[in-house]
Design a protein around this ligand. Structure first.
Ligand code: NAP
Ligand code: X1H
Length: 394
């Protein structure tokens, strides 16, 4: 089937008499006849079909829940939209909460998945062309990034200087640490801060931001290699929980306890962290990854003792979910990009090179990347690359 005929077969197009701009400097192609074809900014055609991942069944078992669709139509941007060719996509612990339907219990499969991406604009609607242009590097946080191409509203697109995996690490993982610690960490010079899953995607930023606030920072992790990485990003006291008792190490060093906790693991780690809180300490619940793979998505915690422990210490436990703090997002991402560009922030990327299947390349490797996260081996943010063939004549 020719590209033009395939496009003409899209019934949605029949309702959109606006201009679609597909090439820099090229005249806008007015899509009235539905007989245009897209031309991207490097001269290769945008294909009519693409691969994407789709949640077809609700399950925290990612492989069971998610299907690789080998050929679906490339989506068409509306008037205020951008069509992004995704170059790097981020893996998040919560991808399996999403695939199990925990985000929105009213939504039924099939639905798109993947929280974040970075790539280039390859086509855009007329209104969107007032602020964006074909070829421009942009990043975004929106459902549906596990696809070769994603349509996003221009008003959520984040212009970035370059399409780099390091910048992708800031979109969800970096901003989560920045906003939650700023709002609820009460960090200042000399405060003691504990970060769990410290060598992971978001933990690495909690460590560094707490150091920027001049705190003494303790980080938990599961290997000596991770402990070495934590040292390299400024962590004062990395603790390998596989070989050391975290509570004993903290109690010995700080009998008064810690002032703030950035807690991502849940279960026994959560209980331990609550018990290590100092008087008037603050624990931020960032996640509870140890429970996500269970059918209920939670592990039992000793909530029975929690009110008494908190009251005795005048301590607090605060839940944090990034989507509830979007008003703080712009300031956070700008500050983080600035820190990265000035060399003051390490954005560690784990591209799977050391995983059993090797580097995470192509949408197929998202399955490996999620498995890899749940082996707990990653150092830094897990990122999948979607390479594109520059001279593709697809
Ligand atoms: P990640 O930290 O890159 O990877 C997960 C890490 O968790 C592993 O490397 C592992 O490191 C640790 N871990 C501990 N127990 C585990 C278990 N039972 N199974 C698997 N891993 C375990 O992942 P991430 O995407 O950045 O997410 C980290 C946490 O932040 C998650 O709880 C996630 O839900 C949360 N998060 C929350 C928000 C929000 O808005 N609240 C936003 C982003 C992320 P070690 O065992 O070496 O420590
Ligand atoms: C409307 O607000 C939410 C918030 C979180 C709706 C769903 C969730 C959710 O599914 C999450 C979640 C989201 C992001 C993240 O980084 C961590 C988590 S943990 C989690 C969840 C897991 C199991 C449950 O039973 C309930 C929520």
């Amino acid at each position: 089937m020719s590209m033009q005929r395939a496009r003409a077969g899209l019934s949605l197009l029949g309702t959109r008499p606006w201009a679609l701009i597909c090439s820099p400097g090229a005249r806008p192609i007015v899509d009235m006849s539905y007989s245009h074809h897209f031309v991207d900014f490097q001269g290769s055609s945008i294909p009519t079909s693409m691969k994407k991942l789709l949640v077809t069944q609700l399950s925290p078992d990612f492989r069971k829940a998610v299907t690789l669709m080998p050929s679906v139509p490339v989506p068409v941007p509306g008037d205020g939209d951008l069509l992004i060719r995704n170059r790097y996509i981020g893996i998040n612990a919560s991808d399996i909460n999403f695939s199990s339907g925990r985000y929105d219990t009213s939504v039924k499969p099939p639905f798109d998945i993947g929280f974040e991406g970075i790539g280039e604009v390859v086509a855009l609607g007329l209104s969107a062309s007032k602020t964006f242009t074909v070829g421009q590097p942009v990043a975004y946080v929106k459902f549906g990034s596990f696809a070769e191409y994603t349509v996003i509203p221009a008003n959520i697109a984040i212009p970035v200087p370059l399409v780099k995996p390091e910048l992708l690490t800031l979109l969800v993982s970096g901003t989560t640490a920045y906003i939650s610690l700023k709002q609820f960490g009460h960090l200042s010079d000399g405060k003691k801060v504990l970060v769990t899953a410290a060598a992971g995607g978001t933990g690495q930023f909690a460590i560094q931001l707490a150091k920027h606030a001049k705190c003494y920072v303790i980080g938990t992790c599961s290997s000596e290699e991770k402990a070495g990485f934590l040292k390299s990003i400024g962590c004062d006291l990395p603790i390998n929980y596989k070989s050391e008792n975290v509570a004993s190490v903290i109690k010995k060093k700080f009998p008064e306890g810690v002032d703030a906790v950035y807690e991502s693991v849940g279960g026994e780690m959560f209980d331990m962290a609550v018990n290590c809180l100092a008087t008037k300490g603050h624990l931020i619940v960032i996640g509870f990854i140890s429970g996500y793979q269970t059918p209920q998505g939670i592990l039992p915690i000793k909530a029975g003792a929690l009110p008494a422990v908190l009251l005795r210490k005048s301590a607090s436990v605060h839940g944090f979910f990034l989507n509830h703090y979007l008003s703080e997002y712009k300031e956070a991402i700008m500050a983080l990009v600035k820190l990265y560009q000035s060399g003051k922030l390490v954005c560690e990327v784990d591209n799977g090179e050391l995983s059993p299947e090797g580097k995470f390349t192509g949408l197929e490797s998202v399955f490996h990347a999620v498995d890899y996260m749940y082996t707990g081996k990653n150092i830094g943010k897990i990122v999948v690359e979607l390479p594109h063939l520059v001279n593709s004549k697809l």
